[in-house]
Structures are given as structure tokens and as C-alpha cells.
Design a protein. Sequence first.
Length: 159
Amino acid sequence: MTKYIYLLIMILFLGTTSAQCDEGSVKKVVYDFTSGDLKQLEKRLIGGIISHTTYYQSKLEELDVRVIIHGDGYKFFMKDLNNTAYAYQPKLLAAKNDLQKRLNTLASQYGVHFLVCEAGVKHHKLNKKAFYPFVSMVHNAAIGLIDAQNAGYAYLPIR
């Protein structure tokens, strides 16, 4: 009889512990990216996502990342800069191929969702087809941020 009570206690304890671990295993963050500064993109966005993801992976947790892109940030997510105000920025053009690879890696290997403000794309007269294939459109930046925060995503601005 004592064996059965001990076994029952162990099952209940393990079940409770397992439920507590599973509860918080996915963390969520939405980056509000408006910066046109290449260093901000590389250090705070790309570096931040990699650092934060690595941290949570070391704790056997997952990080679900969304990036809402608007303001001056469009230029980093476009495969074609022709016929835009960004076409004549030498530092951007020199870094473009490397950035594309790094951003694509974040999307494909880290599962990052890049969402561009469609209202801003229209306002700046940018072509939707000029963006990388791993970038999606969201009605506008405010809607994307509202939806993400209401879904439990922590908010991190990068200006």
C-alpha cells in the first residue's frame, strides 16, 4: 500500500512540474523597428534577436519574434532599391548582400516574422514586390503592434 501512495505522489509531483515548465516555454517579443541607421539594424535588431534567442534556448525555452517595420526601416528589407530614395546610399548598397543573407537566416532558421507597414509602403510609393520574399505586409504598423501586444508579445522599440 505504501508503494502505491509513493507512486501516486511521484506521478502528481512530476505532472505538476511538467505543466509548470511547459507553461512558460515560449516567450514572445515584437520589435517596433523604425530606424534607418545601419548600426542600429545590425546591433540592436539582428544582434539582439540572436542574443535573446540564444539566451532562451540555453534555458530550453523558445523565443517567438515579430518585427514591425516602418519609418526609415523599409530600405533594409527591400531587394530592389531602384526608383526609391534609397538607391543612392553607398553604405547601404555596400552592405546589402550581407544584410539580405543575415535577415533571411533570421527568417528561415530563427523563425522571425518580418512585417512591413503597408500604409507606409503606399505613402512612400514603394513597390510591394521590391521587398524580400520573407517579408509580409501588415495593414499598418499600429495594427501590427496592437495585434502582437494583445497576443502577449513584449514590446521593444528600435528607433
